[in-house]
Structure formats: structure tokens, C-alpha cells
Design a protein around this ligand. Structure first.
Ligand SMILES: NC(=O)c1ccc[n+]([C@@H]2O[C@H](COP(=O)([O-])OP(=O)(O)OC[C@H]3O[C@@H](n4cnc5c(N)ncnc54)[C@H](OP(=O)(O)O)[C@@H]3O)[C@@H](O)[C@H]2O)c1
Length: 302
């Protein structure tokens, strides 16, 4: 049996993405088979494609990219066939840019009624990373004062929501054009990253989704004993900072994903979708995501 998928046979630019016919996934014990209705394109997809992680996490070729999916259970272990589900796939094996994927049943979460496959697919990696940055990586406490960079991005807006729910006060560092949006999402203050100086009090923690020199400059306002957690792959120079920036890697958490999907379904967190494109256009979708400035997730539909 075969299916349609987009795979890479080596690292490179978006042109290495190959749309074609691939073997249908065979579930191992404990896995379900999901018919994918929507797969999100994450910034990391282009990094895996380019080989940025090949030194410590080599993949075997051909390799199907994509690890945020929403679809319908069609067989295997776990939930009843026909159940609408979303999942963050194992980032090392992936398989999301495809008609079907075999996924560990304990990663599957039922999609709440009324939530579209496209929006559900946009939630897992961004949502879990944002929530975990606040709740696990820096473990911000009620009343604390946190700098959040990229606060209106996919990860950032979930971090902002997690902070708001904990009673954490957020200073959002965003593009100058998006300060109002950050304030509307619940930031106490907003500054233009790389343009505005910070003259307020010291930050208890820094949560970063951008990286680089402009973030390092703001990290100088971290109070001693505070933490800097970054999800970004652009490093923050630790020179002169009160803490060494620590890279945080998202971990699967089906229970937390379920609560995030519920919050999105209730309209408590907005998840902008920039474009929905057919699976065949995965290379163009990655070009757009790699370039940034999309204002929302790009979703592929098989
Ligand atoms: N470690 C992990 O487990 C993990 C998990 C998920 C994501 N990530 C990483 O986290 C980062 C953010 O992911 P995402 O999905 O949230 O991406 P995203 O949706 O593109 O959000 C990034 C936000 O930061 C903004 N930004 C980027 N460079 C900026 C700059 N120099 N000044 C001001 N704003 C800037 C972007 O604005 P523009 O759109 O205008 O550029 C966007 O609003 C990526 O590097 C991604 O690979 C890591």
C-alpha cells in the first residue's frame, strides 16, 4: 500500500523536498494510524531539512518532515477509529507531511468539537513549547516580572498566555509594528526588540524565542538568580549576563496539549493561520516560513 508524502533524500534548501508516493506506514505495537487532514509547518522543519541538527540528531533518508498533525484515527492502538485527533509527533522520526502517519497512541489528543483540523495542527509544538518555557524552563511564579521575546509569534503567544494564567507580568519584546498586538494579548508592556532600550526594573527571568545580540542586550537587565531560557537556535552571548542562557527543547505532553486545545477551542488563545496550502506546495510553504514575517502558521493539507 502506498500514500502521498513529502520527503528529503539529503539536506539542502527547500528544493530537496520531494513530493511523491511512499510506503504506507505500518503501526508498531502501541501505535495508531492517523489519516492526516492538516500538518503545520514549523520554523524547525527548515532547520532539519538544512541539516542544522545533523551533528547530534542525524536522520536516515528518505525522511518525511513535519511533526505537528491533526487528522482522524483509522486503525491501530488507542482511540476509536473515526476520532479526530492532534499530536506532536516524535521530532526525531516525524512523518507529518503525508497522507498517513503511525504515531504512539499516548501522543494523541482528541480535538474538541468545533476546532478545525488546520487550527488544531497549529497548536502542538508551538503551544507546548510556549507553555513549558514559562511553566518548566523558568517556572515563573505569580507576581514575577518576565521578559518574553517574540511574544506575538507562534510559541510566544502561548508563553504569554501561560504567563497570564500564572499571574506573571510580561514585558513583550517584539517587532516595533507589533507592540499593540502584544499588549492586546496581555503583555503589561511592549518594547521593540533591537530598537527600544529598557529602563524599567530588573527581570526575574527571560524567556526567549528569537536569540541573538538584541536579546543579549536586554538580558543584561536580568536580576541575579534569575533564569534565561531560550527555544531559539540563534545563540545569546552569555558575556556579562547574570545567568547562562539555557536552551529548552519541547517535550511531548498529551495532557497539557489537551488543555491547550480546549483553551483554543474556547477562544481563549488565538492561533493565527497565515495560509493553508496543498501538501504538494511544501517547498514553497517552507520558503515562506524560513523567510519569517508570515504573521501566522502555514498549514499543509494532503
Ligand atoms: N526548542 C524548541 O523545542 C522549539 C520549539 C518550537 C520552536 N522553536 C524555535 O523557536 C523560535 C520561534 O518559533 P515560532 O514557531 O514561535 O516562530 P514564529 O511564529 O516565526 O515567531 C517568532 C516571532 O519572533 C519574531 N522575530 C524574529 N526575529 C525578530 C527580531 N530580530 N526582532 C523582533 N522580533 C523578531 C517574529 O517576527 P517576524 O515573523 O516578523 O519575523 C515572530 O513574531 C524558532 O527559532 C523555532 O525554531 C524551538
Amino acid at each position: 500500500m502506498t500514500m502521498r508524502a513529502v520527503a528529503i533524500r539529503g539536506h539542502g534548501g527547500p528544493e530537496v523536498l520531494e513530493f511523491g508516493t511512499w510506503p504506507h506506514p505500518m503501526p508498531k505495537p502501541g501505535e495508531a494510524v492517523v489519516a492526516i487532514r492538516a500538518a503545520a509547518v514549523n520554523p524547525a522543519d527548515g532547520k532539519w531539512r538544512a541539516g542544522m541538527f545533523a551533528g547530534f540528531a542525524p536522520v536516515s533518508f528518505p525522511h518525511i518532515l513535519g511533526y505537528d498533525v491533526a487528522g482522524v484515527v483509522v486503525g491501530g492502538a488507542g482511540l476509536t477509529p473515526g476520532t479526530r485527533v492532534a499530536a506532536m509527533l516524535d521530532p526525531f522520526t516525524k512523518g507529518g507531511y503525508a497522507d498517513y502517519v503511525a504515531v504512539a497512541a499516548d501522543r494523541l489528543v482528541a480535538i474538541p468539537d468545533g476546532l478545525s483540523f488546520e487550527v488544531a495542527a497549529a497548536v502542538p509544538t508551538a503551544g507546548l513549547t510556549g507553555a513549558q518555557l514559562i511553566e518548566r524552563a523558568v517556572d515563573a511564579r505569580p507576581g514575577q516580572f518576565v521578559l518574553l521575546t517574540g511574544a506575538v509569534g507562534a510559541v510566544g503567544r502561548f508563553a504569554l498566555d501561560a504567563a497570564r494564567r500564572r499571574g506573571v507580568e510580561v514585558v513583550a519584546a517584539v517587532r516595533g509594528t507589533r507592540k499593540d498586538e502584544a499588549l492586546a494579548l496581555g503583555a503589561a508592556q511592549a518594547i521593540a526588540l533591537g530598537e527600544d532600550d529598557w529602563s524599567g526594573g530588573p527581570f526575574d527571568h527571560v524567556v526567549d524565542t528569537v536569540g541573538g545580540d538584541a536579546v543579549a542586550a536586554l538580558c543584561r537587565h536580568l536580576r541575579p538568580g534569575g533564569r534565561i531560557a531560550t527555544a531559539a537556535t540563534t545563540p545569546i552571548d552569555p558575556q556579562g549576563l547574570a545567568a547562562i542562557p539555557e536552551f529548552y527543547a519541547v517535550v511531548a505532553d498529551a495532557e497539557r496539549l489537551g488543555r491547550l486545545l480546549d483553551a483554543v477551542a474556547k477562544g481563549e488563545i488565538a492561533v493565527p493561520i497565515a495560509r493553508v496550502m496543498p501538501l504538494e506546495e511544501a517547498a514553497e510553504a517552507q520558503r515562506l516560513t524560513d523567510a519569517g514575517g508570515t504573521g501566522g502558521k502555514i498549514i499543509l493539507t494532503p
